[in-house]
Design a protein around this ligand. Structure first.
Ligand code: ADP
Ligand code: MG
Length: 463
């Protein structure tokens, strides 16, 4: 019984440390706006890199022809081809394959990783069927979605700044990832030109805009988290080049690296960060994204097992294994609606080897899922609110009919409905009733691959 008291104390402390009051969220949003300004002002001016994407025009709908895309950014990568039919034809045909990245390749060498990717691409190209048409004499073109921080040097070149999300290959840092991919394609006999290098946020923004003209922000909540938005080129002091004709420049915020004293970090977050592959970095991402939510939960449960004998006299050995508890499993437990929390029972047994958990234990597990997910979702909402503030879309002028559409993507947003619901409700609460009426959140289902193909089309060598 003493253990029970201690366990509840741990839960209560954790809940308090995770609190995201309305006023805290406002502070987080304001801090985001401030950092955005700083990141745009000068290189290295902020933890937010606010990377210039070299995308100054988003798709119009007129894009035409056969284009490929390759999407690398997490545990899986996708290769796709799309036949674009122009204004009236739109997407005539589309095919993709998804392949998982062998974990050893995430930490091995640049060549091994890119060879693996190029090889999958070669297999996919070999299967190009009759629904796709490349005009005679033309080279295939590809949009490369590479979702790690890259310092772009043009629309189709850029150097890797750092790996995130569990990737760690030292010899890639500072190298042009398009050159590396191109070399690997040559080694594997793929004749293809990389016409656009983008991030998943930029791809999602482009894909979103293709279907809806009012899309101005894209947010990814998957393994990691990031956002992109359309900025006025004039509002980017660090931009040295000519002002683009459109007057716009898409910015890849790399908001995963956002950090602020207003973020509710707990001792569990600090410990997870210190033991991570990238200590001190991607602090915001570690609070909100899919790679980490389950791990935070595991850490709290472990503490309860160790200090309050929450699962009996011995600490379940599996509970000590980092990252054994994945966010999709946390999500299944959180969404368990059965009276006896059957799913929670099954997951505790299957993943952690803890059998016959009493109902009151299961209830506490669900409560912890809720604390971790709610904090993440509310912080993500605050971050979006910060972006809307920077864009001046947090207010509506009288008589104005401007719509703001946010394209959202990523497995976390897509599948963790308690999280997505909480995010949307919180964002609506933050912007207020009036702005809420003109604010739309769209799920851009795998828009990032299509978006990269669209940007390859609008940056084709044959235009
Ligand atoms: P990536 O971010 O790796 O490009 P996705 O956008 O598909 O890929 O997101 C995958 C991530 O989404 C997983 O790592 C996981 O954290 C999260 N995720 C996937 N399915 C679920 C789920 N059912 N519930 C919660 N999170 C999920
Ligand atoms: Mg992705």
């Amino acid at each position: 019984a003493n253990g029970r008291v201690k366990a509840m104390e741990i839960v209560k402390d954790f809940e308090e440390d995770c609190a995201t009051s309305y006023s805290k969220l406002k502070h987080v949003a304001d801090a985001m706006t401030v950092e955005m300004h700083a990141g745009l002002a000068s290189e290295g001016g902020s933890k937010l890199k606010m990377l210039i994407s070299y995308v100054d025009n988003l798709p119009t709908g007129d894009e035409k022809g056969l284009f490929y895309a390759l999407d690398l950014g997490g545990t899986n990568f996708r290769v796709l081809r799309v036949q674009l039919g122009g204004r009236d034809g739109r997407i005539v045909n589309q095919e993709f394959v998804e392949v998982s990245i062998p974990p050893n390749l995430m930490v091995k060498s640049t060549d091994a990783l890119f060879d693996y990717i190029a090889n999958e691409l070669a297999k996919f190209v070999a299967k190009e069927g009759p629904g796709f048409h490349l005009p005679p004499g033309k080279q295939r073109e590809l949009g490369f979605t590479f979702s790690f921080p890259v310092m772009q040097t043009s629309i189709n070149s850029g150097n890797l700044i750092k790996w995130t999300k569990g990737f760690s290959i030292d010899d890639t840092i500072g190298r042009d990832v398009v050159a590396e991919l191109t070399k690997a394609m040559e080694r594997k006999g793929v004749d293809m030109r990389v016409s656009a290098l983008v991030n998943d946020t930029i791809g999602t923004l482009a894909g979103g805009r293709y279907f809806n003209n009012d899309v101005v922000v894209a947010v990814i909540l998957g393994t990691g988290s990031n956002a992109a938005y359309v900025e006025r080129a004039q509002a980017i002091p660090k931009w040295q080049g000519l002002l683009p004709k459109s007057g716009d420049m898409v910015i890849n915020m790399e908001w995963g690296n956002f950090r602020s004293s207003h973020l509710p970090l707990t001792e569990y977050d600090r410990a997870m960060d210190i033991e991570s592959l990238n200590p001190g970095e991607q602090i915001f991402e570690k609070l909100v994204s899919g790679m980490y939510l389950g791990e935070i939960l595991r850490r709290v449960l472990l503490r309860m097992a160790e200090e309050a004998a929450f699962f009996g006299a011995t600490v379940p050995p599996k509970l000590k294994i980092p990252f054994i508890l994945k966010t999709p499993d946390m999500s299944s437990m959180h969404h368990d609606t059965s009276v006896n929390l059957k799913v929670v029972g099954i997951k505790m047994k299957e993943i952690l080897g803890i059998s016959d958990t009493p109902l009151k234990t299961r209830k506490i597990v669900v409560q912890l899922c809720n604390i971790v997910a709610t904090r993440g979702a509310r912080l993500a909402a605050a971050a979006i609110f910060g972006v809307l503030k920077k864009m001046g879309r947090d207010t509506v002028r009288p008589g104005e009919k401007q719509k703001t559409v946010i394209a959202m993507d990523g497995g976390l947003f897509e599948h963790y409905s308690e999280y997505s619901k909480c995010l949307e409700n919180t964002l609506r609460e933050l912007v207020g009733e009036q702005v809420s009426e003109s604010l739309f959140i769209e799920h851009a289902n795998d828009g990032s691959g299509i978006g990269a193909a669209l940007l390859a089309a609008s940056h084709s060598q044959y235009l």
